[in-house]
Every structure is written in C-alpha cells, then in structure tokens.
Design a protein around this ligand. Structure first.
Ligand SMILES: [Zn+2]
Length: 146
C-alpha cells in the first residue's frame, strides 16, 4: 500500500511535504493554492514557491457533519463520519491557508496556537493506496506535534 497525494501540485511529496503556493513577481504577495494572477496588485506573473510548514492558528471551527460529497472525498456516511477541525493557519509573512486540523476537540484548539503541516489519510482508492491530504497539527512548546 502506497501513500498518494489527493491532488498534484498541492504539496511537494508525501515523505517531506511542503505546501506549494504562488508568489507574485510584482508585489511579493503569497497565494495558496497556486494562482496565475495576483488579487492584490492584479499582476499576471507569479512563481511557485514552497510555503512555510509552521504557522499560527488564525481561526477555526469543527466540521461536525459530513460535507457534501462530491466534492468532499472523505467518509461522508453520517453513521461513520468522524468530526474534524477546519481552520485558517497564518504562515508567517506569507498567507493564510485553509486546512483540515488534526484536532477536533474545541477544548484543545486556541486562536494563535502554533501549528505544523502534516498529512492525514482521506480514503483508500481502488488500487488499495492510501490517499492523503494536508492538514495542520497543534505543536507543543517544545516543537512536538501533539
Ligand atoms: Zn501582486
């Protein structure tokens, strides 16, 4: 069984994932996911960049019921669905990234807490491979994912 990314061009690899964003060649604005034009200055020249792997939780919520599938690719069966956290993580000096969170307990999520990029399994495809997507996990003061 292999781990395969849910989509191409979102993160660099399953072994050492970095999110792939765009940087505006004109004003330096960062975007995620990649975009060919800049919403800030309307520039039309952007370059792909690897984004920071750590940031701060900007805001969050808990997805307590299955999202509409499609486009949702994970387990949408109300009987087996597991709630998950969703939030925006602000990558320092770059961009706010909307992502799944590994933590779904409201008691354990705080605005401003440090977060780190990780990958989580989404579903198993017809080849038996585990399809993974990116998420952010809380990290403790000593830098470990909790
Ligand atoms: Zn720009």
């Amino acid at each position: 069984m292999a781990r395969v990314p849910v989509a191409d061009g979102v993160f660099t690899s399953v072994d050492d994932p970095r999110l792939i964003g765009s940087k505006c060649d004109n004003c330096g604005n960062h975007m995620f996911p990649t975009q060919g034009s800049c919403p800030k200055c309307a520039g039309t020249s952007t370059s792909d960049v690897e984004l920071e792997t750590r940031g701060e939780l900007w805001t969050w919520t808990v997805q307590g019921y299955p999202p509409k599938a499609p486009p949702y690719l994970g387990d949408a069966d109300p009987k087996t669905f597991q709630p998950f956290g969703v939030g925006y993580v602000e990558l320092p000096g770059q961009v706010k990234v909307e992502a799944r969170l590994t933590e779904a307990d409201p008691e354990k999520l705080k605005i401003g807490m440090p977060m780190e990029l990780t990958l989580v399994p989404l579903y198993t495809n017809d080849d038996g491979d585990e399809v993974v997507t990116f998420a952010f996990a809380p990290i403790s003061e000593n830098g470990e994912q909790s």
